[in-house]
Ligand binder design. Structure first.
Ligand SMILES: [Zn+2]
Length: 182
C-alpha cells in the first residue's frame, strides 16, 4: 500500500507554514477563502429564475442550525467550536439532484426517515461551516421571517468562540438555547 507522506511547507498565498501532500501548499484558511470566492462567483452566475427556484426550496425544505464541532480533549477538558449548518431534505431525487447541481454541494442518500411507518426514501444536502455561511449570506435577503431568524441565531452562535464542555456534546444544547439575539 502506498503511504502518502505529509510534508511541511509555506502556504503559497499567505506564507503561513502548513502541511501538504504535494508541492503546491495552501493553508486551510486560504483554501477556504479561494473556495468561497469560487462559490460566490458561481451563485452570481445563476439566472434569476434559478435563484428564485433555490430560494423557494430553501424556504420550503431548508433548515439552518447550530452545533458544536468535533470536541477535542485538552488538559482533561473537552473543547468545542461553534459550527453552523445548512441542510435541505426531500423525498424527490430529481429535485434534490437539481438543487445539489445548482448549489454545487454533494447529495446524500437515499436513506430512510426515522419514522418506521413511512419508510420513505429521502435525499439531502448537508453542509457546515463556511459553506453554510455562504448560503446564509447569499439568500438572507430573499427569505422569510422564520428562515431569517434561524440564520440570525446561527450567526450569533458562530460568534461565541471556543467553549468548554463536560463531555462531547452535553453542554452544547443548553448553550445554544441561551443565545439571545439583539
Ligand atoms: Zn494561506
Amino acid at each position: 500500500m502506498e503511504t502518502i507522506e505529509k510534508v511541511t511547507g509555506k502556504c503559497s498565498v499567505c506564507d503561513k507554514r502548513t502541511q501538504g501532500k504535494t508541492n503546491g501548499f495552501l493553508c486551510r484558511k486560504c483554501k477556504q477563502l479561494l473556495d468561497t470566492q469560487k462559490r460566490i462567483k458561481h451563485l452570481k452566475s445563476l439566472s434569476p429564475f434559478d435563484i428564485g427556484w433555490l430560494t423557494g426550496m430553501i424556504e420550503g425544505e431548508g433548515c439552518f442550525y447550530q452545533k458544536g464541532s468535533n470536541c477535542k480533549l485538552k488538559s482533561g477538558n473537552y473543547y468545542c467550536y461553534p459550527l453552523v449548518g445548512f441542510t435541505v431534505m426531500s423525498t424527490d431525487e430529481d429535485v434534490m439532484i437539481r438543487l445539489s447541481n445548482l448549489l454545487q454541494f454533494c447529495i446524500k442518500g437515499p436513506y430512510y426517515t426515522r419514522s418506521k411507518k413511512e419508510r420513505k426514501k429521502v435525499w439531502s444536502v448537508q453542509v457546515t461551516g463556511y459553506k453554510a455561511i455562504i448560503i446564509m449570506n447569499y439568500f438572507y435577503e430573499y427569505l422569510g421571517v422564520r428562515r431569517k431568524s434561524q440564520i440570525d441565531l446561527a450567526s450569533e452562535w458562530q460568534k461565541i468562540g471556543r467553549f468548554q464542555t463536560t463531555c462531547r456534546t452535553a453542554r452544547i444544547k443548553s448553550l445554544r438555547d441561551n443565545i439571545t439575539v439583539l
